[in-house]
Design a protein around this ligand. Structure first.
Ligand code: SF4
Length: 222
């Protein structure tokens, strides 16, 4: 597959999976999970290692096998098969990855096409600039944010990146009026944190950032 030339009217995004008919894992109702390539973190137990692979072959033009370079309209045409399920269950599209906040323009354009009939969920590690939160908060109906850890030492050891979690939680908290639309995941990461750390993080997130939905996620690393 040859990558179509990028142009501002029809931006494309590299997508490595489209998973249909999901329930109870990626937002409300029946959802289709769309996973983007690329992520700023380097988690030790990355669940989607493919997102870190190169997008192009060595010629820098040909898109590698298993990756689809799609415009929002092309994606819409592929996922609209479940329109009825989305509308009758209050579901829609969950953008994950990899890291969906790397593609705000694509998600905004997709929202213009699907309108309010479908719900948009952003499943993110939360590491993105303030203006991206500002843009996506206007099109996202729900957020699922896996914060890894509030403890900067654990975060940095696990992700290989400097922690900005507190700033990111602040941004999200400012942008979203209805905090019940946000689910914060606090993962139990084998060899990195323990249950006491988790409860400490949960208390802090509820008390200082006022997000009521905080859940413990268990990473299955086998
Ligand atoms: S945030 Fe998710 S996709 Fe990114 S490195 Fe961590 S587990 Fe992998």
């Amino acid at each position: 597959m040859i990558h179509k030339a990028f142009n501002n009217e029809h931006p494309t995004a590299p997508i490595f999976a489209i998973s249909r008919l999901r329930m109870g894992t990626d937002g409300m109702g029946i959802t289709t999970l769309v996973t983007f390539m690329g992520c700023p973190l380097d988690c030790k137990y990355c669940l989607n290692k493919k997102c870190h692979e190169p997008i192009y072959e060595e010629d820098g033009v040909t898109v590698r096998k298993g990756i689809m370079m799609l415009t929002p309209q092309e994606l819409y045409d592929m996922v609209k098969i479940d329109n009825l399920y989305f509308q009758t269950t209050g579901g829609g599209i969950c953008f994950g990855g990899g890291e969906p906040t790397l593609y705000p323009q694509f998600i905004e354009d997709f929202k213009k096409i699907c309108g309010d009939r479908w719900k948009i969920t952003i499943e993110t590690c939360g590491r993105c600039p303030y203006d991206t939160y500002e843009r996506l908060s206007k099109v996202a109906d729900y957020w699922i944010v896996d914060i890894k850890s509030l403890n900067p030492l654990i975060y940095e050891k696990y992700t290989g990146c400097r922690s900005g979690v507190l700033q990111h939680l602040c941004c999200l908290s400012k942008m979203i009026d209805d905090k019940s639309k946000v689910t914060i995941k606090v993962p139990h990461i084998p060899d990195f944190n323990d249950i006491n750390e988790l409860y400490k993080d949960i208390d802090e997130i509820k008390e200082y950032y006022e997000f009521p939905n905080v859940i413990i996620a268990k990473y299955n690393i086998k």
